[in-house]
Design a protein around this ligand. Structure first.
Ligand code: M6R
Length: 608
């Protein structure tokens, strides 16, 4: 939610800030702005709308100067308009601030500052920060920012420039991500790595309540008591192309097409001589045997991966698993302690609900194993064990390749736990490992057949409502298929367990209603046939996603059969999600929706 950037160096700051913001637009895109310092002047240009609107506005202005900050917004306090856009400036015009996060005590601070004579222009919580820093500023910007953040409650990543400081700007963070990019004679800040990749791969990760003084040739970091902190430089291996569209019309399509490659990256290095070897996980047999229950905690797509994880871990490792939405978990007083393992799943590693749930579980004594995509993210750093999904940067707001790799990671964990606990026989173990290794090729084949899905999507993009049904693992899969569709195409959609339809929702099926049926579970095949017949009898149009082997049978009852190769039922969700992602994608494209930046959403949800 919101992307912030900052630059100091010898080049003109404005184009660098704009380019960096383009890489962060996935975080929020209802308004944007920059502030650049040039010869005693702090110039702020900002406006409502996408970055393109800001670029147009900048086309009519001269914005020189080689130190600046920028922001792309996902509104929390105050509607998206020019005034509420960041940067916000202090009353004297000497301090400019960009902010990602929410200041929870801003009303109290606002009253205090108003009593001191400060006049507020916007409806945002951020504006208090600009005035507060000015209030504390006595010639030392780092000190003023430190004193200010010590009075802030809530979350923040901040970039601050000051008219009196031509040689540095200041950054700080708490519970919102911020990295510092280290260049040659230039330095950067950004909410996420892709923003600075074209300039440097060496970064510092700022920790909570750290403050950085950033000049051209130097970066100094302090804690909130003023003591200097020494940091390790982290080298990022991603290449620039992985954060670019590379000829695809949208990031979402590119990311779906990357699934075979990223699955290989996630699975292959962890299978050694027919054994699963999990780097970064240190849980021995005794510990495993002492676990009474596993909790899987996550949000959105990552939560849906967790629902699949429950089935798999219970089936293979025979440990009871409860799956929780992170936003519910942290407030429900969960019965959890040191005999529980908590598996946290997060692509970004920065989702605030998930991060706070992790902290809650840790406080109660549970061990934390996280499945995370972004190296060095807050969730990764605060976990006892981390299994990285090597999906590379995921830019489209709708998560695709990250989901496939989250599932792969959960299967690897389940297999590892099962073999350590002795709950799986050798044959099943090696068969499943073989199936996992084959998955990238299976998805490659699905991608080659995309035309059928594209055509079917072109016939149904006007649907008012689309239902997704499945049983067992297919129900978990349906939840994700349905979320994908609604978030990018704005078509109402619900996922239902096949057997649950008749308890109410079937009332909504009428002539022409599209029902998408996942049918990858051999043991539940006949039950699902009955469900298809039930909805067909009420006029539904049925699209089925199933293994090649079931096609002849299903062609007799369904209107459209999309096949995946003949994978085993247990690993099928990892492959069967791909046609659903493609279907959602093509429906949204036919509707003319902004696929990569759907309305009201943002990629990284760093507010509660
Ligand atoms: O970065 P995370 O995996 O923690 O994000 C969780 C959700 O916000 C995310 O999966 C969201 O639901 C996506 N927009 C789904 O496509």
């Amino acid at each position: 939610m919101c992307g912030i950037v900052g630059y100091i160096g010898e080049k003109t700051a404005a184009p660098i800030l704009i380019n960096a913001l383009k890489k962060l637009e996935y975080r929020g895109y209802d308004s944007a702005g920059i502030a650049v310092f040039n010869k005693d002047e702090l110039k702020v240009v900002k406006c409502k709308g996408r970055l393109a609107a800001l670029e147009e506005k900048l086309g009519n202005e001269v914005v020189d100067g080689n130190i600046g900050i920028g922001h792309t917004r996902w509104a929390t306090h105050g509607e998206p308009n020019d005034i509420n856009s960041h940067p916000h400036i202090s009353n004297s015009g000497s301090i400019a601030v960009v902010h990602n996060g929410i200041i929870e005590n801003y009303m109290k601070l606002k009253k205090f500052l108003e009593a001191k004579g400060y006049v507020f222009a916007s409806d945002t919580d951020t504006e208090v920060i600009a005035h507060l820093i000015e209030y504390h500023y006595k010639g030392d910007l780092v000190k003023a920012v430190t004193e200010s953040i010590n009075e802030l409650e809530g979350s923040y990543a901040l970039g601050v420039i000051c008219r009196d400081c031509s040689d540095q700007f200041v950054a700080a963070r708490k519970d919102s991500p911020l990295i510092i990019g280290l260049g040659q004679g230039e330095n950067f800040i950004a909410s996420d790595i892709p923003a600075i990749l074209e300039h440097t791969r060496d970064i510092y990760i700022l920790e909570d309540k750290e403050i950085a003084a950033i000049s051209r040739n130097n970066v100094r970091i302090y804690n909130n008591y003023g003591a200097e902190v020494k940091k390790e430089v982290m080298h990022v291996n991603w290449d620039v192309a992985s954060a670019e569209k590379s000829g695809f019309e949208h990031f979402m399509l590119k990311e779906i097409f990357e699934e075979p490659k990223v699955l290989k990256n996630t699975i292959n290095p962890r299978i050694k001589e027919d054994n699963v070897v999990l780097d970064g996980i240190n849980i021995n047999v005794d510990e495993l045997n002492s676990i009474e229950k596993i909790f899987i905690v996550a949000c959105g797509t990552a939560y849906h991966a967790g629902v699949v994880g429950k089935y798999i871990i219970e089936k293979l490792a025979k440990i009871p698993v409860e799956v929780d939405l992170a936003s519910e978990f942290r407030y429900r007083d969960p019965l959890i302690g040191n005999r529980n393992l908590v598996i946290i799943i997060s692509q970004s590693g920065e989702t605030i609900d998930t991060l706070f749930a992790l902290r809650e579980a840790k406080k109660r004594g549970a061990k934390i194993l996280s499945i995370v995509n972004v190296v060095g993210s807050s969730i990764a750093r605060e976990s006892d064990n981390v299994l990285y999904t090597w999906a590379g940067p995921e830019i489209a707001v709708a998560s695709t390749k990250a989901y496939n790799t989250q599932l792969a990671a959960l299967y690897l964990i389940a297999l590892d736990f099962a073999s350590k606990k002795g709950t799986i026989d050798a044959n099943t173990h090696s068969k499943l490992m073989e199936e996992l290794k084959q998955l990238p090729d299976s998805i490659e084949k699905i991608l080659q057949e995309k035309k059928d899905i594209q055509k079917f999507a072109s016939q149904h993009y006007n649907a008012k409502s689309i239902f997704y049904i499945g049983r067992g693992l297919d129900y978990a899969l349906s939840m994700e298929g349905s979320l994908k569709l609604k978030e990018i195409s704005y078509i109402h959609s619900e996922a239902y367990a096949g057997g649950e339809l008749k308890h109410g929702t079937i009332a909504l099926i009428e002539d022409g209603t599209l029902v998408v049926c996942s049918m990858t579970q051999d043991a539940l095949f006949e039950k699902m046939i009955s469900n298809i017949k039930e909805v067909k009898a009420r006029g539904a149009v049925v699209m089925v996603i199933t293994q090649e082997r079931n096609k002849p049978e299903l062609q007799k009852v369904a209107d459209m059969v999309i096949t995946i190769p003949d994978v085993d039922s247990l690993v099928a969700p990892i492959a069967a999600i791909t046609p659903m992602q493609l279907f959602a994608y093509y429906v949204a494209v036919h509707k003319g929706c902004d696929v990569d930046k759907p309305r009201n959403l943002a990629k990284s949800v760093t507010v509660e």
